[in-house]
Design a protein around this ligand. Sequence first.
Ligand SMILES: Nc1ncnc2c1ncn2[C@@H]1O[C@H](COP(=O)(O)OP(=O)(O)OP(=O)(O)O)[C@@H](O)[C@H]1O
Ligand SMILES: O=P(O)(O)OC[C@H]1O[C@H](OP(=O)(O)OP(=O)(O)O)[C@H](O)[C@@H]1O
Ligand SMILES: [Mg+2]
Length: 281
Amino acid sequence: MLRVAVPNKGALSESAASMLKEAGYRGRRDSKELVVVDADNEVEFFFLRPKDIAVYVGSGTLDLGITGRDLMLDSGSKAVEHLQLGFGASTFRYAGRPGVASSVADLEGRRIATSFAGLVRADLEKNGVNAEVVRLDGAVETAVTLGVADVIADVVETGTTLRNAGLEVFGDPILTSEALLIRPSDRELSGQAATLVRRLEGVLTARHYVMMDYDIDAALVEEAAALTPGSESPTVSPLHDPNQVAVRVMVHRRSLNRVMDELYDLGARAILVTDIAACRL
Ligand SMILES: Nc1ncnc2c1ncn2[C@@H]1O[C@H](COP(=O)(O)OP(=O)(O)OP(=O)(O)O)[C@@H](O)[C@H]1O
Ligand SMILES: O=P(O)(O)OC[C@H]1O[C@H](OP(=O)(O)OP(=O)(O)O)[C@H](O)[C@@H]1O
Ligand SMILES: [Mg+2]
């Protein structure tokens, strides 16, 4: 049976659970459940703290896991990134009171509070800076107010928490993070693991693409296909009117309206867009 780690709480937990559900796997009935056996799919899900997930996967105890890139790199484990999951985007940054520092080079001899000590130590070393890392579990923004640190290094999404604490970011982002599917570095994926990856890829495609149908003059098919190349090749079907054809093609959701405008200008009509519920490419 495949063994997969899923965040049991925190910022990634809800999105991870709904993605697995969309991929056809059994979820938790309540948030206290720590292990769920999905016998039909031969997968056992372990609901663990996101910070611990890379440790289990890196050691090979579990086959796959969902966690953030920042947490994976912070753990120093042997887990590697297998698939980007399209949620949980954030940056990991230094921040302090206005004017306290403008780059990592200004941190020599200072105290930096963080719950990602591994990431911060690696960044300081990379930049040849000697500083004291004060390891905290959370709410690190308050560490400056309480005087246990001069600056912090933390996850920034909207920046609201920093602003509320009177802090601002400085220097380059240490890291850009997002939710990942991770695997042990020394293991190829096969069987149920490969199936799970294909299912998640199917969910991502269904989320990112739409299906587009339109009718167009047969003489303009090449030009229309250039606007909508699809993932392989558009399906072109005959219509009752021999001068017209029907085209069916996948289009990226982001470019949807631009593509419809361009097709309309070319002469396409009856342009219809539908969501993709599920797919395997
Ligand atoms: N707004 C956000 N706040 C915190 N973490 C976020 C946010 N957006 C994305 N993440 C990502 O979620 C992961 C943090 O997991 P963690 O378990 O610490 O969540 P959390 O929301 O901080 O939960 P808790 O504070 O209860 O531990 C990291 O990979 C982080 O990059
Ligand atoms: O930029 P923002 O949108 O404000 O989000 C970032 C904040 O959210 C997280 O805190 P969380 O609520 O997880 O508390 P914690 O620091 O105690 O983990 C993170 O540690 C930042 O503090
Ligand atoms: Mg947190």
